[in-house]
Design a protein around this ligand. Sequence first.
Ligand SMILES: [Zn+2]
Length: 303
Amino acid sequence: MMDKFARVTACPICESPRLRPFKKGTFDYARLRWDQVKITDSEYGKIWDLSECEDCGHVFADPSPAPEFILSLYGQVEDPVYDEEAEGRSRNFLGILKNLEKLSPAKGSLFDVGAATGILLSLARERGWSPAGVEASAWSVKRAADNYGLHLIQGAFEEVRLEPAAYQALTMVDFIEHTPAPRRAVMKAAEVLAPGGILCLVTPDIHSFAARAAGKRWWHLRPGHLAYFSGRSLTRLLQGAGLAIVKKRRYAWTFSAHYLLSRKKTFDVLTRPGRSASFLKRIPIKLALGDSFEIYAKKSASS
Ligand SMILES: [Zn+2]
Protein backbone atom coordinates (compact mmCIF):
# COMPACT_ATOMS: atom_id res chain seq x y z
CA MET A 1 0.00 0.00 0.00
CA MET A 2 2.99 2.31 0.48
CA ASP A 3 3.26 3.10 -3.23
CA LYS A 4 -0.33 4.33 -3.41
CA PHE A 5 1.11 7.80 -2.64
CA ALA A 6 4.38 9.53 -3.44
CA ARG A 7 5.94 12.74 -2.12
CA VAL A 8 6.37 15.36 -4.85
CA THR A 9 9.88 16.78 -5.29
CA ALA A 10 9.34 19.03 -8.34
CA CYS A 11 6.37 21.03 -9.62
CA PRO A 12 4.23 18.75 -11.84
CA ILE A 13 3.86 21.61 -14.35
CA CYS A 14 7.09 23.66 -14.46
CA GLU A 15 9.46 21.21 -12.73
CA SER A 16 10.69 23.79 -10.23
CA PRO A 17 11.98 22.23 -6.99
CA ARG A 18 10.87 25.33 -5.02
CA LEU A 19 7.72 24.01 -3.34
CA ARG A 20 6.01 25.11 -0.13
CA PRO A 21 3.07 23.78 1.90
CA PHE A 22 -0.18 25.46 0.78
CA LYS A 23 -2.99 23.91 2.86
CA LYS A 24 -3.29 20.99 5.20
CA GLY A 25 -5.56 18.16 4.02
CA THR A 26 -9.01 17.93 5.60
CA PHE A 27 -10.06 14.33 4.92
CA ASP A 28 -8.67 10.79 4.88
CA TYR A 29 -7.74 10.66 1.19
CA ALA A 30 -6.17 7.20 1.53
CA ARG A 31 -9.77 6.00 1.88
CA LEU A 32 -11.17 8.11 -0.95
CA ARG A 33 -14.32 6.48 -2.38
CA TRP A 34 -15.90 6.75 -5.83
CA ASP A 35 -18.96 8.60 -4.49
CA GLN A 36 -16.65 11.39 -3.27
CA VAL A 37 -15.25 12.10 -6.74
CA LYS A 38 -18.49 12.24 -8.74
CA ILE A 39 -19.32 15.56 -10.39
CA THR A 40 -22.23 16.42 -8.11
CA ASP A 41 -20.56 15.51 -4.82
CA SER A 42 -21.33 18.16 -2.24
CA GLU A 43 -18.37 17.57 0.02
CA TYR A 44 -17.09 21.09 -0.41
CA GLY A 45 -14.10 22.04 1.70
CA LYS A 46 -12.52 18.57 1.62
CA ILE A 47 -9.00 18.87 0.27
CA TRP A 48 -5.85 16.82 -0.08
CA ASP A 49 -2.63 17.93 1.59
CA LEU A 50 -1.68 20.63 -0.92
CA SER A 51 1.69 22.12 -1.91
CA GLU A 52 2.26 25.22 -4.03
CA CYS A 53 4.99 25.88 -6.57
CA GLU A 54 6.81 29.12 -5.68
CA ASP A 55 7.63 29.72 -9.34
CA CYS A 56 4.36 29.15 -11.22
CA GLY A 57 1.74 29.20 -8.44
CA HIS A 58 0.48 25.71 -9.24
CA VAL A 59 -1.25 24.00 -6.28
CA PHE A 60 -1.35 20.21 -6.17
CA ALA A 61 -1.91 17.13 -4.01
CA ASP A 62 1.30 16.24 -2.18
CA PRO A 63 1.73 13.34 -1.60
CA SER A 64 0.29 12.58 -5.02
CA PRO A 65 -1.83 9.47 -5.57
CA ALA A 66 -0.94 6.65 -7.96
CA PRO A 67 -2.90 7.13 -11.23
CA GLU A 68 -4.33 3.58 -11.00
CA PHE A 69 -5.90 4.36 -7.61
CA ILE A 70 -7.69 7.44 -8.99
CA LEU A 71 -8.73 5.81 -12.27
CA SER A 72 -10.22 2.79 -10.50
CA LEU A 73 -12.48 5.18 -8.56
CA TYR A 74 -13.68 7.08 -11.65
CA GLY A 75 -14.47 3.80 -13.37
CA GLN A 76 -17.07 3.11 -10.67
CA VAL A 77 -18.78 6.51 -10.59
CA GLU A 78 -22.57 6.66 -10.94
CA ASP A 79 -24.12 10.11 -10.87
CA PRO A 80 -27.87 10.36 -11.67
CA VAL A 81 -28.08 13.89 -10.21
CA TYR A 82 -25.72 15.11 -12.94
CA ASP A 83 -28.15 13.98 -15.63
CA GLU A 84 -31.10 15.73 -13.99
CA GLU A 85 -29.27 19.00 -14.57
CA ALA A 86 -28.90 18.50 -18.30
CA GLU A 87 -30.68 21.74 -19.15
CA GLY A 88 -28.46 24.00 -17.04
CA ARG A 89 -25.36 22.18 -18.22
CA SER A 90 -26.41 22.63 -21.85
CA ARG A 91 -26.49 26.37 -21.26
CA ASN A 92 -22.94 26.21 -19.90
CA PHE A 93 -21.75 24.20 -22.89
CA LEU A 94 -23.50 26.28 -25.53
CA GLY A 95 -21.20 29.24 -24.83
CA ILE A 96 -18.17 27.02 -25.30
CA LEU A 97 -19.43 25.63 -28.60
CA LYS A 98 -20.16 29.12 -29.94
CA ASN A 99 -16.62 30.22 -29.09
CA LEU A 100 -15.14 27.12 -30.72
CA GLU A 101 -17.17 27.83 -33.84
CA LYS A 102 -15.71 31.36 -34.00
CA LEU A 103 -12.14 30.22 -33.43
CA SER A 104 -12.06 27.01 -35.43
CA PRO A 105 -11.49 27.16 -39.19
CA ALA A 106 -14.02 24.35 -39.74
CA LYS A 107 -16.76 22.44 -37.89
CA GLY A 108 -15.37 18.93 -38.05
CA SER A 109 -14.98 16.36 -35.34
CA LEU A 110 -15.08 17.45 -31.73
CA PHE A 111 -13.57 15.29 -28.99
CA ASP A 112 -14.77 15.72 -25.40
CA VAL A 113 -12.39 14.57 -22.67
CA GLY A 114 -14.29 13.46 -19.59
CA ALA A 115 -17.52 13.46 -21.57
CA ALA A 116 -19.69 12.34 -18.61
CA THR A 117 -23.20 11.46 -19.87
CA GLY A 118 -22.70 13.14 -23.25
CA ILE A 119 -24.57 16.42 -22.75
CA LEU A 120 -21.91 18.56 -24.45
CA LEU A 121 -21.42 16.13 -27.33
CA SER A 122 -25.13 15.80 -27.98
CA LEU A 123 -25.41 19.57 -28.21
CA ALA A 124 -22.32 19.73 -30.45
CA ARG A 125 -23.88 17.17 -32.81
CA GLU A 126 -27.08 19.26 -33.05
CA ARG A 127 -24.88 22.16 -34.13
CA GLY A 128 -23.19 20.21 -36.90
CA TRP A 129 -20.09 18.80 -35.20
CA SER A 130 -19.19 15.17 -35.47
CA PRO A 131 -18.99 13.98 -31.83
CA ALA A 132 -16.41 11.73 -30.15
CA GLY A 133 -15.23 11.41 -26.58
CA VAL A 134 -13.78 9.46 -23.71
CA GLU A 135 -15.20 8.87 -20.25
CA ALA A 136 -13.85 6.82 -17.34
CA SER A 137 -17.17 5.89 -15.74
CA ALA A 138 -18.85 2.82 -17.24
CA TRP A 139 -22.21 4.04 -15.96
CA SER A 140 -21.83 7.41 -17.73
CA VAL A 141 -20.78 5.75 -20.99
CA LYS A 142 -23.96 3.67 -20.89
CA ARG A 143 -26.10 6.74 -20.11
CA ALA A 144 -24.61 8.59 -23.08
CA ALA A 145 -25.56 5.66 -25.32
CA ASP A 146 -29.07 5.31 -23.85
CA ASN A 147 -29.87 9.04 -23.75
CA TYR A 148 -28.25 10.26 -26.95
CA GLY A 149 -27.04 7.25 -28.94
CA LEU A 150 -23.45 8.42 -28.42
CA HIS A 151 -20.64 5.87 -28.42
CA LEU A 152 -18.00 7.08 -26.00
CA ILE A 153 -14.71 5.32 -25.44
CA GLN A 154 -14.51 4.07 -21.86
CA GLY A 155 -11.20 4.64 -20.12
CA ALA A 156 -8.57 7.23 -19.23
CA PHE A 157 -7.88 9.81 -21.94
CA GLU A 158 -4.14 9.56 -21.30
CA GLU A 159 -4.23 5.79 -21.95
CA VAL A 160 -6.65 5.27 -24.84
CA ARG A 161 -5.43 4.90 -28.41
CA LEU A 162 -6.52 7.77 -30.67
CA GLU A 163 -5.62 8.77 -34.17
CA PRO A 164 -3.13 11.69 -34.27
CA ALA A 165 -4.23 15.02 -35.80
CA ALA A 166 -7.82 13.78 -36.17
CA TYR A 167 -9.93 16.38 -34.31
CA GLN A 168 -10.72 20.01 -35.14
CA ALA A 169 -11.73 20.76 -31.55
CA LEU A 170 -11.14 19.22 -28.17
CA THR A 171 -12.90 20.13 -24.93
CA MET A 172 -11.68 19.58 -21.36
CA VAL A 173 -14.37 21.03 -19.12
CA ASP A 174 -13.51 20.42 -15.48
CA PHE A 175 -11.20 17.59 -16.35
CA ILE A 176 -7.63 18.76 -15.83
CA GLU A 177 -8.00 19.29 -12.06
CA HIS A 178 -9.13 15.65 -11.68
CA THR A 179 -6.42 13.85 -13.63
CA PRO A 180 -3.27 12.57 -11.93
CA ALA A 181 -1.36 13.28 -15.19
CA PRO A 182 -2.24 16.80 -16.42
CA ARG A 183 0.89 17.24 -18.55
CA ARG A 184 0.40 13.94 -20.33
CA ALA A 185 -3.24 14.85 -20.93
CA VAL A 186 -2.46 18.20 -22.56
CA MET A 187 0.41 16.75 -24.60
CA LYS A 188 -2.00 14.12 -25.88
CA ALA A 189 -4.60 16.79 -26.65
CA ALA A 190 -2.02 18.59 -28.79
CA GLU A 191 -1.14 15.34 -30.54
CA VAL A 192 -4.71 14.42 -31.51
CA LEU A 193 -5.75 17.94 -32.57
CA ALA A 194 -5.66 18.64 -36.29
CA PRO A 195 -3.33 21.46 -37.43
CA GLY A 196 -5.09 24.74 -36.54
CA GLY A 197 -7.39 22.87 -34.13
CA ILE A 198 -8.58 24.38 -30.86
CA LEU A 199 -8.50 23.08 -27.30
CA CYS A 200 -11.00 24.56 -24.81
CA LEU A 201 -10.02 24.06 -21.20
CA VAL A 202 -12.15 25.03 -18.18
CA THR A 203 -10.78 24.68 -14.65
CA PRO A 204 -11.18 26.43 -11.27
CA ASP A 205 -8.92 29.36 -10.36
CA ILE A 206 -7.79 28.96 -6.76
CA HIS A 207 -6.21 32.41 -6.74
CA SER A 208 -9.47 34.10 -7.85
CA PHE A 209 -11.25 36.66 -5.71
CA ALA A 210 -14.19 34.29 -5.09
CA ALA A 211 -11.85 31.53 -3.94
CA ARG A 212 -10.07 33.80 -1.51
CA ALA A 213 -13.31 35.39 -0.27
CA ALA A 214 -15.01 32.02 0.32
CA GLY A 215 -11.93 30.54 2.03
CA LYS A 216 -12.57 27.03 3.29
CA ARG A 217 -16.14 27.15 1.93
CA TRP A 218 -15.09 27.68 -1.70
CA TRP A 219 -17.20 25.22 -3.69
CA HIS A 220 -14.28 24.01 -5.82
CA LEU A 221 -12.42 22.62 -2.82
CA ARG A 222 -13.39 18.97 -3.31
CA PRO A 223 -12.01 15.49 -2.78
CA GLY A 224 -11.88 14.88 -6.56
CA HIS A 225 -9.59 17.85 -7.24
CA LEU A 226 -5.96 16.79 -7.28
CA ALA A 227 -4.64 20.12 -8.57
CA TYR A 228 -5.61 23.79 -8.73
CA PHE A 229 -4.11 25.77 -11.56
CA SER A 230 -2.87 29.34 -11.55
CA GLY A 231 -2.89 31.59 -14.63
CA ARG A 232 0.85 30.99 -14.88
CA SER A 233 0.74 27.21 -14.49
CA LEU A 234 -2.03 26.92 -17.10
CA THR A 235 -0.12 29.05 -19.57
CA ARG A 236 2.98 26.99 -18.96
CA LEU A 237 1.03 23.73 -19.38
CA LEU A 238 -0.44 24.78 -22.74
CA GLN A 239 2.71 26.36 -24.16
CA GLY A 240 4.73 23.34 -23.05
CA ALA A 241 2.51 21.24 -25.33
CA GLY A 242 3.03 23.66 -28.25
CA LEU A 243 -0.42 25.26 -27.99
CA ALA A 244 -0.89 29.04 -28.30
CA ILE A 245 -3.53 30.74 -26.14
CA VAL A 246 -5.98 32.58 -28.42
CA LYS A 247 -8.78 33.51 -26.02
CA LYS A 248 -9.28 33.75 -22.26
CA ARG A 249 -12.56 34.17 -20.45
CA ARG A 250 -14.05 33.70 -17.03
CA TYR A 251 -16.50 30.82 -16.95
CA ALA A 252 -20.08 31.57 -15.77
CA TRP A 253 -21.92 28.56 -14.38
CA THR A 254 -25.62 27.95 -14.89
CA PHE A 255 -27.50 25.72 -12.45
CA SER A 256 -31.15 25.23 -11.64
CA ALA A 257 -32.46 26.84 -8.47
CA HIS A 258 -33.16 23.34 -7.17
CA TYR A 259 -29.54 22.28 -7.56
CA LEU A 260 -28.27 25.34 -5.76
CA LEU A 261 -30.77 24.95 -2.93
CA SER A 262 -29.81 21.33 -2.47
CA ARG A 263 -26.29 22.65 -1.88
CA LYS A 264 -27.32 25.57 0.23
CA LYS A 265 -24.51 25.31 2.73
CA THR A 266 -22.41 26.90 0.04
CA PHE A 267 -25.07 29.06 -1.60
CA ASP A 268 -26.85 30.43 1.51
CA VAL A 269 -27.45 33.70 -0.23
CA LEU A 270 -29.86 32.15 -2.75
CA THR A 271 -32.00 30.30 -0.23
CA ARG A 272 -35.76 30.85 -0.64
CA PRO A 273 -37.81 28.08 0.99
CA GLY A 274 -41.33 27.07 -0.04
CA ARG A 275 -41.01 26.23 -3.75
CA SER A 276 -41.50 22.72 -5.11
CA ALA A 277 -38.44 20.96 -6.48
CA SER A 278 -39.87 20.43 -9.96
CA PHE A 279 -40.62 24.13 -10.28
CA LEU A 280 -37.14 25.02 -9.10
CA LYS A 281 -35.52 22.64 -11.56
CA ARG A 282 -36.82 24.82 -14.38
CA ILE A 283 -35.31 28.06 -13.15
CA PRO A 284 -31.86 28.63 -14.57
CA ILE A 285 -29.53 30.72 -12.46
CA LYS A 286 -26.34 32.00 -13.93
CA LEU A 287 -23.49 32.40 -11.50
CA ALA A 288 -20.84 34.73 -12.83
CA LEU A 289 -18.44 34.10 -9.99
CA GLY A 290 -15.42 34.49 -12.23
CA ASP A 291 -13.66 31.72 -10.35
CA SER A 292 -12.93 29.42 -13.28
CA PHE A 293 -10.60 29.86 -16.23
CA GLU A 294 -12.03 29.27 -19.70
CA ILE A 295 -9.09 29.14 -22.08
CA TYR A 296 -8.85 28.44 -25.81
CA ALA A 297 -5.53 27.34 -27.25
CA LYS A 298 -4.63 26.64 -30.84
CA LYS A 299 -2.37 24.09 -32.43
CA SER A 300 -0.10 25.59 -35.04
CA ALA A 301 -1.56 25.28 -38.54
CA SER A 302 1.79 24.15 -39.96
CA SER A 303 2.60 21.31 -37.55
ZN1 LIG B 1 5.59 25.30 -11.03
